[in-house]
Design a protein around this ligand. Structure first.
Ligand code: ADP
Length: 200
């Protein structure tokens, strides 16, 4: 099963690039969406979270009370590991289920923290990094999310450095200031052709 792990720092343009592949008919599996679904109302993680942390961590609609959990993770050393011990296997299982079900010659798994977390690089055929300068990331996220600069810097500081991410890349999409949808589409067309060839 030929597969591409798509990653990049916050605001690098992962979603934008993923959408261009999807428009070419490539199945997308998005680990961020899966992570959100498992803690949404009725999500498979919710009964486990309720028994581990108490039902007080469920919002009235049955989803995870994110604010409360964030506070606990902040104040209690082991909370993050306990939460991740519940979430990670579920996210992993659902990701694998969707990968097995994906049709077509190859699929793309969008993994924001591919470089940072676990053994992702060995679970995909190639790692595709969407790259831009840090300053461009900061400007895009400030604009998109309305976050102050300091908040964006704090998020970026928790992620792998641009150099570390590039060192893990098999392929790179350049999405700097000068990039447009057209220049991105050209790069995606070239990669798509190469991936079809490699998958074939
Ligand atoms: P990520 O998924 O990596 O966080 P996005 O694809 O959401 O990044 O891009 C971050 C923001 O920057 C979005 O609002 C997106 O529309 C915008 N953006 C991405 N690439 C470009 C570009 N080349 N030119 C202008 N805006 C861009």
């Amino acid at each position: 099963m030929f597969s591409i792990g798509l990653t990049g720092g916050i605001g690098s343009g992962k979603s934008t690039v993923a959408d261009l592949f999807a428009a070419r008919g490539v199945p997308l599996i998005d680990t961020d969406i899966i992570a959100h679904q498992v803690t949404a109302p009725g999500g498979v993680a919710m009964p486990l979270i309720a028994s581990e942390f108490g039902s007080g961590f469920l919002a009235p609609d049955g989803s995870l009370d994110r604010a409360r959990m964030r506070e606990l993770v902040f104040t209690e050393d082991t909370a993050k590991a306990r939460l991740e011990a519940i979430l990670h296997p579920l996210i992993r299982a659902e990701t694998e289920r969707q990968r097995q079900a994906a049709s077509g010659p190859y699929h793309i798994v969008v993994v924001p923290l591919l470089v940072e977390s676990g053994n992702w690089a060995s679970r995909v055929s190639r790692v595709l990094v969407v790259d831009c300068p840090v300053e461009t990331q900061i400007e895009r996220v400030m604009r998109r999310n309305g976050f102050p600069r300091e908040q964006v810097l704090a998020i970026i500081a928790k992620q792998a450095s641009r150099e570390t991410r590039l060192a893990a890349a098999d392929d790179i999409v350049r999405n700097d200031e000068a990039a447009t949808l057209e220049t991105l589409a050209t790069q995606v067309d070239e990669l798509h052709a190469r991936y079809l060839e490699l998958a074939g």
